[in-house]
Ligand binder design. Sequence first.
Ligand code: HEM
Length: 515
Amino acid sequence: MNLNLASLVANISLTRLFYLWVLYRIGCALYNVSAFHPLSRFPGPKLAALSLAYEFWFDMILVGRYTHEIKKMHQIYGPVVRIGPNELHCSDPAFIDEIYASGNRRRDKQTHYLNTLVGPINVGLFASREHELHRTRRRALNKFFSRGQIVNLEPEIHNLTQLLCNKILQDSSKKPLDVTTAYSCFTSDLIFSYCFGESLGFLDQDGWEPNFRVAAEAIMSTSYLFRFFPALRVLPDAAPYLAKYISDSVALLMHEMYTVMPKRILRAREELSAGIVRKRPVVWSDIILDEKLHESQKTTVRLSGEGFSITVAGTETTAWVLTVITFYVLSQPEIQARLTEELKGVNPSDLKWTSLEKIPYLTAVVLEGLRLAYGIGARTPRIAPDEDLIYRGEMNDHTYEYVIPKGTAIGMSAVILNHNEDLFPNSEAFIPERWLNQERRREMERSLFSFNRGSRQCVGINLAYCELYLATAALCLRVFPHMQLYQTSEEDVRYDHDKILAQPRKGSQVRVVMK
Ligand code: HEM
C-alpha cells in the first residue's frame, strides 16, 4: 500500500515536471516571437524565430540542408535575416570584416555551433568559445603555419607530392580510383609528419587503405546529433565501454582519438626527455617546450585533442579542393590544355611554391577550386560580446539598416558568399578566367570565404595553398595526361548538403582510370 502511494507520488511529480517543462518551452517560444525579444526587428520566417525546431527539420531530419533554406530567406527578406530564436545570418560580403573582425575586437563562438564537437576535439583551437582562450591557443600554433615556416617545409611537401603522383601512375590494379581517397592519403601523410615527426605511411602502403577519411567522415556524420541533443555529448567519452555496440568506423575513430593520439603526445614527451632533437620543427614537441604557453594548455588530453582537430581540419579540406580541381580540369579539355600550356617550362621534379604562385592561370584554377569546394559550407556564427554591430547595405534597390545587439550570434556561409552573382557571375560554373583580371581578382579574393576570415581564419591557410599549388602543378604535368574520369558527372562534386564540410549528394565519388 505504502509502496503504491510512493510510486503514485513519484509518477505525479514526473508528470507535473513534464507539464512544467512543456509550459516553460511554450513560454520561451512566445517570448521569442514577441516584440520584447531583442531580435524582434529582424526579418525572417516566424517559425524560425519561434524555436530551433525549424533548423532541426532542415539540418537533422533532411540532413544538412538549412543553408539552402537560409539562401531562400535572403532572397525574400534581404541581406540580414533571423534564422533562429537567437541567431542572425548575413549574405553581404561587405560586412565580412565586421562579423569576422581581427585584432583586439573580441569574437566568441556560439555554444549551439560548438555542440557539434565532442570528445577531445572539444579542447582544440577550433572549439575555443571565448576569444581570450582562443588567442592563447592560437598564438602557440601560429608560428608553425606562417608563410616562412611553410616555405621551410616545402621540400617535404614536394616529396610527398611526387610520391602521390608515382603511386597513382604505378597503380596496376586497373580498378577505378576514388581520387579523394588518394588525396586524403597525401594530405594526412603530410600533416602527421609535420605535427608528429612521422607520416602515417599511407602513400607507401600497397593500395589506398587504410586511410584517415573513414575517421574524419565518422566525426562529420554525428555533427547534427550532438548539436541538437547536447546531452548525448558524453557518449564518446563512454565509447571504450560501448565498443561492442558501435560501428567499425566510429570505433576506429574513437581508438584514434582516445588511444593513438595520446600515445603520440606521450612519445613526443619521451623523446624530449631523452634529448632527441629532430632536424626540423615537429609541431607537438615544440609546443610542449613553449614556455609562453600555460601548463594547463599542455596536458596530454589537451594536446591530443588539438592534434586530432588539426589532423581532421588539415586533411579532408585540402583533399576535397584537389578533387574539385581534378574533376573540372579533366572534364573541360580547354582548361586542361591552357593549364598545361602555362606550366610549360616548369620542371615537375623541382616545383617551387613562390614561382608557381606567379603563374596566373594556375592561380586562377586554384582559387576557382577553393571557391567551389567551399571548405565549411554552412554558417560559422560569431558573437561580438562588447560592441553592437552597425549594418548598412543595399539589396534589390532597397536600403537596409540594422543595429545588431552585442552578444548576438551572427554568421555567414561560404556556400552563399562564394555564389554571390554580382562578384561571381554564372557562379555555378567552374571558370578560372574570372580570376585573371587583377583588379577584379582583389575584390573577389576579399569575398572568397573558403578559409573564413578574421582572428579565427583557418590557421593552415599557407600550408593549404602550398599543397594546392604543388599538387595541382605536379598532377597536371605528370598525371592528368594519363588520367580520365570514370562514371563521374558534375553532380558528384556539386554542393548538396553540409556535414561540417560541404558535401556532394550521398554516395558521390570522383573516380578515374588511367588511359
Ligand atoms: C583548402 C583547405 C582548407 C580549407 C578550405 C579550410 C577551411 C577552414 C575554415 C573555413 C575554418 C574556420 C572554421 C570556423 O570558423 O569555425 C578553418 C579553421 C581551421 N583550420 Fe582550416 N582549412 C583548410 C586547410 C587546413 C589545414 C591544411 C590545416 C592544418 C593546419 C587547417 C587547420 C585549421 C584549424 C586548426 C582551424 C581552427 C582555427 C581557429 O579556430 O583559429 N586547415 N579552416
